[in-house]
Design a protein around this ligand. Structure first.
Ligand code: SF4
Length: 523
């Protein structure tokens, strides 16, 4: 055997050894019913053509490799941002296993979340019984101070009514009437994980404030509310705290899972850590205003702020890059009367210095990108600020109004005049574009690595390297701890982009005596 106690090999290179190669060949011949390799190659090559792209873009009733996840996943992240709160999903256990592993693999942390395990009988008779048992057991076992309920497809298809079920559970004594249980219906056959976050956040707003508005007055607590949206860069929560503290602003970050998703290894397991308190949520309507850091994905929550809290919910862009961070800080300053401190002005100056230092390497470089609506908008804006050229920009879950805003943004800069925007398209569409209009790099989550592999299979000259920025990032460690918002975030993004360019240049120019005229030490 190739594997011995003295020399333990991981799957690579273990599977390259002779005995494994023989076994794999036998398996392929006997049970895999593979197509002829030549035919497979022929089809592969066809999928890289313009002809195939035209057919691919006519596809209507099928999604392949979606550039989004489902609603309850977003609802779970939202619930994790509240103090001592257990996310509770009414529906199938398999869905919750998926949400938990998705977050485990991204954050490298255990993620507490329960389901009431609906199976066939619940699908026929409704899931109320599961919910009665589930709420009681989850509270007894995991001792949360709040449970936030969302739903999977199964509960939505049969039409389970969360409001009625939770009220019944309280009336029939399965759970104390005063125990807080905000909820949101999160049907996955519409929207995406960002819609689910928005729905769940509105569930918190409704639960804590809808029937408690009589004694509230806008501005009476002198604070500013900030709502992060579906945010998976933990550094972004920290940079928002830091910038507002430096400005001396009194604020509430409404939803903050940065502690529970980054607990220290000190021998003590914490199921709950940090998070926005119930009192902060109750007090939120008394703030001067509520700013949404990812407004395109926060439609319902923003409407609630305007309609019920009677706050302006001042319009903002995601604070990514230079200009939109400037706009964010100036807006905070205008609303609170606090000046922007010298420390942030200095930080801005450092970012501008970095941008000029790296400009020669990024100017004119072509990037294709995909991801969530606000992230993609902010990333596109920053690329334009750097003099880089976004070629194809793809957002699966967005509307026509968003597409117009994205196109307008690109039209405002000469670097964006050739940008093509794709709304409602998936990563199989994106793959076609990488073959027919090759950029220098693509920017997106870990799933792009398969597109990189495919482009490389066509030949080294066709390879499109992936720069991992977005969600999820499963195959690299600790990137979720980084920061993409504010000047600090722009510094991280710039560092990542320019070093990807330089790494690639090294890779392409290190052949001794052939291409190494550009293999330099100082750049
Ligand atoms: S799409 Fe529906 S069935 Fe699939 S994981 Fe999400 S909730 Fe569950």
């Amino acid at each position: 055997m190739s594997q011995t106690v003295e020399d333990i090999k991981p799957s690579y290179p273990l599977f390259r050894t002779d005995d494994y190669q023989e076994d794999l060949a036998k398996k392929r011949a006997r049970v895999e019913e593979c197509y002829d390799p030549e035919r497979m190659e022929e089809v592969f090559q066809w999928t890289t053509t313009e002809e195939y792209q035209a057919l691919n873009f006519q596809r209507q009733a099928l999604t392949i490799n979606p550039a989004k996840a489902c609603q309850p996943l977003g609802a779970v992240l939202c619930a994790l941002g509240f103090e001592k709160t257990l996310p509770y999903v009414h529906g199938s256990q398999g869905c919750v296993a998926y949400f938990r592993t998705y977050f485990n693999r991204h954050f490298k942390e255990p993620v507490a979340c329960v389901s009431d395990s609906m199976t066939e009988d619940a699908a026929v008779f409704g899931g109320q019984k599961n919910m009665f048992e589930g709420l009681k057991n989850a509270k007894a076992l995991y001792k949360p101070e709040m449970m936030a309920v969302s739903t999977t497809c199964m509960a939505e298809v049969i039409g389970d009514d969360l409001n009625a079920f939770i009220n019944n559970a309280k009336q029939e004594g399965h759970i104390e009437p005063e125990f807080p249980i905000p909820f949101a219906h999160t049907p996955s056959f519409v929207g995406s994980h960002t819609t689910g976050w928005d729905n769940m956040f509105e569930g918190f707003q409704r639960y804590f404030t809808l029937n408690a508005m009589d004694d509230k007055a806008v501005g009476s607590n002198g604070k500013l509310n900030l709502v992060p949206g579906f945010e998976t860069y933990l550094g972004n929560y920290r940079v928002i705290h830091r910038m507002l503290r430096e400005m001396g602003v009194d604020y509430s970050l409404l939803c903050d899972p940065s502690e529970v998703l980054d607990t220290p290894a000190d021998g003590k397991y914490r199921m709950y850590d940090g998070g926005t308190s119930q009192d902060e949520m109750k007090d939120a309507p008394n703030a001067i205003d509520t700013l949404f850091l990812q407004p395109w994905q926060s439609v319902k929550s923003r409407k609630f702020v305007k309609g019920t809290w009677r706050q302006p919910a001042t319009d903002l862009k995601i604070p990514m890059g230079l200009a939109w961070t400037d706009a964010f800080l100036m807006q905070v300053s205008a609303l609170t009367g606090k000046p922007i401190p010298a420390s942030l002005t200095k930080e801005r100056g450092r970012l501008v210095d970095m941008m000029t230092d790296s400009h020669a390497w990024l100017h004119g470089k072509k990037f294709a990108l995909y991801g969530d609506a606000d992230f993609v908008l902010g990333m596109t804006k920053f690329l334009l600020e750097l003099g880089a050229e976004p070629t194809h920009v793809l957002v699966q879950h967005a509307n026509k109004r968003y597409k117009k805003a994205l196109e307008q943004l690109c039209a405002e800069s000469p670097y964006g005049w050739n940008t093509q925007t794709h709304i409602g398209k998936d990563l199989w569409h994106f793959r076609s574009l990488m073959f027919t209009d090759k950029p220098d790099f693509m920017i997106g989550n870990s799933y792009g690595k398969f597109i990189q592999r495919d482009t490389l299979h066509k030949g080294k000259a066709h390879e499109v390297p992936l720069i991992r920025i977005g969600f999820p990032i499963f195959d690299r460690h600790h990137l979720h701890r980084m920061t993409t918002l504010g000047y600090e975030g722009a510094m991280y993004l710039l560092t990542t982009l320019v070093n990807a360019v330089l790494d690639r240049l090294d890779e392409e120019t290190r052949e001794m005596g052939v291409t190494d005229y550009n293999y330099d030490l100082i750049r």
